[in-house]
Design a protein around this ligand. Structure first.
Ligand code: PEP
Length: 253
C-alpha cells in the first residue's frame, strides 16, 4: 500500500493560541489509529509551543518557511536548524503566496531547499502556474523552469528527501476567482514532474519521490486525488483549519 502524506498549511491562522489548541486537540482525537499515513501540521511559528509537548505518533510538526542560512545576522529570520531543534521534520518551501507577496524567486527557493537538506529535513517544494500562464498553455514550461532551478545542484543522495507539490495558483481556495483543478489535470502535471525527475536523476527516483497535490482540497474532493497511484498525498490550506473537514480528508486515504 502506498504511504500518504497529508500536510496542513495553517498560513497566518488562527489568531490565538487558544484557537490553535482547540483545532489541534480535536484533530488528535480523530487520527489515533491511522496507518500508512503521515500527517504534518504547519502552524505559524508563534504557535509551535503548544505542539511540542502534545505531538502524537501520527502527527509531525512542519514549518511554513525558513531562511537559507543556519544562523547569523539575519534580522527577523528563522533557520532550518532552529526549526529542527524544535522537532520540525518538514519545511514548506516556495509557496506561491511567498512568491507573490514577498518576492521569493527560484534562486531563493533553491538556497532554501539546500539549507533544509543540509540538516536532513524534508523540504516540501511547491510548484505551480498562474491562471495567465495556464491560459497561455505554459503550464509545463513553467513547471520545468521551477523544478530545474529549484533543484539545481542537488545530488542523487539527497533528492529522495524532497517532497514535490503541484499546486496550481488558480486553484488555491483564497485566490480571486478560484477554479477547481480536475484530477486529470493534477495527474498530468504530476506525471510531467516525475518524467523530469527521471531525466534529471533516475527512473527509480522518479517512481519513489513523493509528489502531492494542493489547491482547494477538502473533505468532499480529497478521495479523488488520494485514490490516484501517482499522487502521494495532499497539501491543504483552508480546510485544515476546520478539524472536522480535515478529519474527513484523513479518513479518505
Ligand atoms: C495552499 O495555499 O497551500 C493551499 C493548499 O490552500 P487551499 O487548500 O486553501 O486552496
Amino acid at each position: 500500500m502506498k504511504k500518504s502524506l497529508i500536510v496542513a498549511n495553517w498560513k497566518m491562522n488562527p489568531q490565538t493560541l487558544r484557537e490553535a489548541k482547540k483545532i489541534f486537540n480535536s484533530l488528535k482525537k480523530g487520527v489515533r489509529n491511522v496507518k500508512n499515513m503521515e500527517i504534518v501540521i504547519c502552524p505559524p511559528f508563534t504557535q509551535f509551543s503548544i505542539f511540542n509537548s502534545q505531538f502524537s505518533k501520527n502527527i509531525k510538526l512542519g514549518a511554513q518557511d525558513c531562511f537559507w542560512k543556519q544562523g547569523g545576522a539575519y534580522t527577523g529570520e528563522i533557520s532550518p536548524q532552529m526549526l529542527k531543534n524544535l522537532g520540525v521534520k518538514y519545511i514548506i518551501v516556495g509557496h506561491s503566496e511567498r512568491k507573490n507577496f514577498l518576492g521569493e524567486n527560484d534562486e531563493i527557493i533553491n538556497k532554501k531547499i539546500k539549507a533544509v537538506l543540509e540538516i536532513n529535513l524534508h523540504p516540501i517544494f511547491c510548484l505551480g502556474e498562474t491562471k495567465e500562464e495556464k491560459n497561455k498553455n505554459q503550464t509545463f514550461k513553467v513547471l520545468e523552469k521551477q523544478l530545474r532551478e529549484g533543484l539545481k545542484g542537488i545530488n542523487k543522495t539527497k533528492i529522495n528527501r524532497v517532497i514535490l507539490v503541484y499546486e496550481p495558483i488558480w486553484a488555491i481556495s483564497t485566490t480571486e476567482k478560484t477554479v477547481d483543478c480536475s484530477v486529470q489535470d493534477a495527474l498530468g502535471a504530476i506525471l510531467f514532474l516525475r518524467k523530469l525527475i527521471s531525466q534529471m536523476f533516475s527512473k527509480k527516483i522518479a517512481q519513489e519521490i513523493l509528489v502531492l497535490y494542493g489547491g482547494n482540497v477538502n473533505g468532499k474532493n480529497a478521495k479523488e486525488f488520494l485514490n490516484e497511484k501517482w499522487i502521494n498525498g495532499v497539501l491543504v490550506g483552508a480546510a485544515s483549519l476546520n478539524a472536522e473537514d480535515f478529519k474527513k480528508i484523513i479518513k479518505s486515504v
